[in-house]
Ligand binder design. Structure first.
Ligand code: B12
Length: 251
């Protein structure tokens, strides 16, 4: 049986996992607290200490406890990075510790991708990334996972994409959904212009445009066009689930 099917079975039945190493999971799987608040505190500490196995175990335990990926992303991983950002700005965490935490997180997100059941061949497609000058990889990786969990065939195009290349991707692949994660805006007028052109391309291709990220402040939002703005992965989870139902429902 493939590992994603075994993990799905364990999640749905709430069974404990006795020998995680047989499934290629870290030996710490099944040892950490399954409550979300405690998981966030444990993850912050494990990330700062660079304990990759423990980080993988904490996140996988939350997943095996049947928490939605969007909840794990918002309430465990994102909050852990907020704490790390605060510790860094107070000088209590070194730059190398923060960077190492990001590396670990990227590998944990890859591992989660392996454990989510693959979308059906007939699943609607989604793609997206971050724009020019935006190096923030984590939120972008999370969007891909959250969409896959709700049955989308989601593919990240990566970070630092020029707007015209995103338009080409939409025209060539005509995905039902395109996302943009925006953590940095270098040049607001250029961003607004790029977004509005992207929206026009998306509209003429029948593609919904979902955006989110800390850099989209209300003044920017008022000047750009999009289909859905999400503060959280949990919002995307709800939006993408209902869009998927309307995309795939007969008639
Ligand atoms: C990791 C990190 C970096 C790394 C990122 C590496 C990487 N591989 O991604 C790097 C090294 C690039 C970096 C650089 C800098 N950083 Co930095 N960084 C962070 C940190 C610690 C975590 C960011 C992160 O990834 N969080 C996890 C993600 C998942 O959370 P999120 O971005 O908030 O996303 C959530 C929502 O916004 C939403 N969302 C986001 N995108 C989308 C998209 C869609 C479609 C949807 C639905 C939802 C959604 O869902 C997410 C989950 O809830 C933050 C601290 C913090 N509070 O976030 C500081 C932070 C953002 N950085 C900060 C600073 C100061 C910098 C630097 C200026 C430092 C420097 N002197 O060089 C540079 C600037 C770089 C640049 N070009 O702008 C400050 C920003 C302060 C400010 N007010 O602007 C922060 C807040 C730290 C702090 N407390 O001071 N940083």
């Amino acid at each position: 049986m493939p590992v994603d099917a075994v993990v799905l079975f364990l999640r749905e039945r709430g069974h404990d996992i006795k020998h995680p190493e047989i499934l290629g999971l870290p030996v710490t799987t099944g040892r950490s607290e399954r409550t979300i608040d405690r998981a966030q505190e444990q993850l912050t500490e494990a990330l700062v200490n660079g304990d990759e196995d423990l980080c993988r175990g904490i996140v996988l335990d939350a997943y095996l406890a049947n928490h939605r990926l969007s909840t794990i992303c918002d309430q465990v991983i994102c909050r852990a990075f907020q704490s790390i950002g605060n510790l860094w700005s107070c000088g209590d965490v070194e730059v190398f510790e923060e960077r190492r935490a990001c590396e670990i997180c990227v590998s944990v997100l890859h591992e989660l991708k392996r454990l989510i059941p693959s979308p059906d061949k007939s699943a609607p497609s989604a793609m997206g990334g971050t724009t020019n000058g935006d190096p923030y990889t984590l939120a972008n990786g999370m969007v891909e996972l959250v969409l896959r969990e709700v049955g989308w065939n989601a593919t990240s195009l990566g970070c630092g994409l020029p707007f015209d290349s995103m338009q080409s991707a939409i025209e060539r692949h005509r995905p039902q959904l395109f996302w943009l994660s925006v953590s940095v805006i270098d040049d607001a007028p250029c961003f607004v212009n790029g977004m509005n052109q992207l929206f026009e391309t998306a509209r003429s291709s029948g593609t919904a445009l979902a955006i989110g990220g800390r850099a989209i402040e209300s003044e920017i939002r008022q000047n750009i066009r999009y289909t859905s703005f999400c503060d959280l992965m949990e919002h995307l989870d709800g939006f993408a689930s209902s869009l998927r139902r309307s995309t795939t429902s007969p008639g």
